[in-house]
Design a protein around this ligand. Structure first.
Ligand code: T1G
Length: 692
């Protein structure tokens, strides 16, 4: 089937792109468009053109799969120039998403008609590249430099209505966009309106100082990322060059970016997340979740309830007493009011979500739920009792999920009448914000139950990764190894601010001790108390947390002091009292503290995680490295432009990592630094996690 066809209706020729699944501008599409527009220009019956796409979406961009391979002519910018040069008015009919090269193609058309649900944007920088087909020079002519750069540097799409407001589209329709565009083209002909080329519009300079200001802002908001800053260069150069020179400059900078390590890592991230959320061997889910039950209205239960409500799934929320229930419902109401105040939500949507929420203290009210998730206190006995109550009142085919972070799901399922319905759904706080969801397959979870929670995860807008039962599943298990090394480093000579700076400079949003302070040192302390019997002698003897939490009541940000001191705006400062405490604790235990270099800190934090990731793959807790990368990029802030821990390991080279693991085994102890057999084997073969 040709990916581009055209047909004449009256005096309007419709050029149709049909390249599933997202009408990406592959080389065949580009060549087909050239042929179609040459035909349209030459055909005397054709007096106007509609450019449309088959399927659910307009062009969602260049074909990412072509990146990193030798470019094939024609370049998209040449195709767009041909469209724009057409002597007859060209109208783009936009449905679904017009993204990247898709929006650039639409900008080359003379007019744009969008369906009301359509979205359009320039997400190239999220892939480490930049609009390479004239997107910034054209968009800036239509909406101004600041708005054009807001789209290009954020990568976030705008709605059709917002696009019309800013002058990006000419009309928004509730009808089929192709039909509306046909009528729009006919109306142009009746009015004698001809082509309106974006390139001919003047380019207004932004306010004085704008470029310095946006570069300063990006250095913070997009710290470490190269592509957003190159977008700024393209806009700035567009003011200094003529239009064709601007397009050529953008194309050159695209070619430079697409070959960069950051672009390779971000492309990996894009495809890894899609692979990670589609575990092999699952059946098609046989029924959607129409109503969800949430037991426990604390921080996690509240966030989980809002995940469902935000996705349009009604919720029955169970709390144990009036006061707790009222507090939970109040918190949800306040969150939505705040979203409305910030313009994230309109009032009708807020009301719809609240209308879907039913609070109760009766487990009986769970009887019409397709899935019930518990988010109660992290204690085995408490959770088992709640599981039993849920099963006693919910439908026998209802999925029963635990939000546990650390407890063994199979132990939770023991004694249940239907263990095949028991799964884990590990949300990350704040649950209604964080993208990651670890879906846990229990030993007896049915394929249908797993298929349904995977489909549910996508419906909730999560990166839902299926993991096996293991202490801490995948993310927390690897994090606990990094935490152990960080505490060891404090004993051996480092201080919290040095460890945190190294991790922050690597690209994490915050370091280990800032993270502990944010989550609450009491949480870390309780988790440690629950694992004392499984800790080594050295780990048990490490008294820093006991001193901070048990004796000095320093609970982290929420108490104004933890590893750091915090002011009323939660701004942190280093606390000499903590440094003294660390030094005294080390002295008391006979450590001879030394100066530790940043490189050792980074290696010990990252390589211990990579080694644990290899063990996780060996045990089948994760089935492929993409899952580990997706988890760490979406749940723990691993910088996307480095691709995730396992991708990053391949870039460093497993032989080097193995050599450093052996060195740390000597220095720190083999019980903490034994190479995972899979890592050692891959290193021996000179292979990687992605190139075995
Ligand atoms: N190229 C190739 N394949 C793509 C693709 C693309 N641009 N976009 C999606 N796919 C595949 C995806 O891998 C999956 O394949 C299937 O389509 C469904 O995707 C020149 C240089 C459009 C919002 O960054 O954001 O244009 O796994 O699961 O959830 O200046 O896909 O099924 O085999 O994500 O409905 C800019 C990227 C490119 C858009 C749809 N464009 N795509 O989401 O489906 S750079 C983008 C998305 C560029 C120009 C520059 C999303 C979506 P498979 P999906 P979805």
């Amino acid at each position: 089937m040709p990916v581009v066809t055209s047909s004449l209706s009256g005096a309007v020729r419709t050029v149709l792109i049909d390249n599933p699944p997202v009408n990406a501008t592959s080389v065949d599409v580009r060549r087909g468009l050239c042929a179609a527009f040459e035909e349209a220009a030459a055909d005397p019956r054709t007096r106007a053109v509609v450019l449309a796409c088959a399927g659910a979406t307009f062009v969602a961009g260049a074909d990412i799969r072509e990146f990193g391979k030798p470019p094939q002519d024609p370049h998209l910018s040449e195709v767009i120039a041909l469209v724009e040069a057409c002597g007859k008015p060209v109208v783009a009919a936009i449905q679904g998403t017009a993204l990247g090269g898709g929006l650039e193609l639409a900008l080359g058309c003379h007019y744009r008609v969008a369906g009301e649900g359509a979205r359009m944007g320039l997400p190239e920088s999220t892939l480490g590249v930049v609009p390479g087909a004239g997107g910034i020079p054209r968009l800036a002519r239509l909406v101004g430099v600041p708005k054009a750069l807001e789209l290009a540097t954020s990568g976030k799409p705008v709605t059709a209505c917002a696009a019309r407001e800013m002058g990006l589209v000419d009309a928004v329709t509730t009808d089929d966009p192709r039909a509306a565009a046909q009528r729009y083209a006919e109306d142009l002909l009746q009015r004698g309106a001809g082509p309106r080329r974006t390139r001919d519009l003047p380019l207004a300079p932004p306010p004085a100082g704008y470029f310095d200001d946006i570069r300063a802002r990006l250095a913070v908001s997009h710290r470490g990322q190269e592509a957003p800053l190159v977008c700024v260069d393209i806009a700035e150069q567009s003011l200094l060059r003529d239009f064709d020179g601007s397009v050529a400059y953008g194309r050159e900078r695209f070619r430079e970016r697409v070959a960069s390590p950051q672009a390779a890592a971000l492309r990996h991230a894009f495809f890894a997340e899609r692979a990670a959320t589609r575990p092999a061997g699952l059946p098609e889910p046989d029924a959607p979740v129409r109503r969800a039950g949430v037991v426990g209205g604390g921080t996690m239960g509240t966030g989980i309830a809002m995940c469902f409500l935000n996705a349009g799934i009604p919720v029955t929320l169970v709390e144990q007493n009036e006061q707790a229930l009222a507090a939970c419902l109040r918190n949800i109401g306040k969150t939505y009011e705040s979203d409305v105040a910030k313009g994230r939500l309109d009032d009708a949507a807020r009301q719809r979500r609240l209308d879907g929420l039913r609070g109760t203290m009766a487990f009986e009210d769970l009887r019409d739920c397709d899935l019930v998730i518990e988010a109660v206190f992290e204690d085995m006995a408490v959770k088992r009792q709640v599981f039993a109550s849920i099963e006693a009142h919910a439908r026998p085919d209802a999925i029963i999920a635990s939000n546990t972070s650390y407890l063994n799901l199979d132990a939770l399922a023991e004694g249940m009448l239907h263990p095949e319905n028991v799964v884990g759904m590990h949300f990350f706080s704040p649950a209604h914000i964080m993208k990651l969801l670890e879906n846990v397959r229990g030993a007896r979870s049915s394929p249908q139950a797993l298929a349904r929670i995977q489909a549910l995860g996508k419906r909730l807008g999560k990166v839902a990764v299926m993991v096996g039962v293991s202490e801490g599943f995948v993310g927390n298990r690897m994090l606990s190894r990094r935490a152990r090394e960080c505490y060891f480093l404090l004993e051996e000579g480092a201080l919290p601010e040095q460890v945190d700076r190294v991790l922050h400079d690597f690209g994490f949003p915050m370091g280990q001790f800032q993270l502990n302070d944010l989550a609450g040192l009491d949480v870390a302390w309780r988790a440690r108390q629950g694992r004392l019997d499984r800790l080594s002698e050295r780990e048990r003897a490490c008294g820093i947390l006991d001193e901070l939490v048990a004796r000095r009541k320093r609970l982290g940000q929420k108490s104004g002091a933890g590893f750091y001191r915090y002011d009323a705006q939660r701004k942190r400062t280093v606390d000499p009292e903590v440094s003294a405490l660390i030094e005294q604790d080390a002295l008391r235990r006979g450590f001879l503290r030394r100066t530790i270099g940043d490189e050792e800190i980074l290696e010990r934090c990252l390589y211990v995680m990579i080694n644990e990731g290899a063990r996780i793959l060996e045990e089948g807790v994760a089935t492929r490295p993409e899952e580990i990368d997706a988890i760490w990029m979406n749940g723990y802030g691993f910088p996307r432009y480095r691709g995730g821990p396992m991708y990053y390991a391949d870039r460093i080279g497993l032989p080097r990592i193995l050599a450093r693991i052996h060195a740390y085994a000597e220095q720190v102890g083999a019980q903490y630094w034994t190479p995972a057999p899979l890592l050692a084997e891959l290193a021996r073969k000179g292979a990687g996690f992605y190139s075995s």
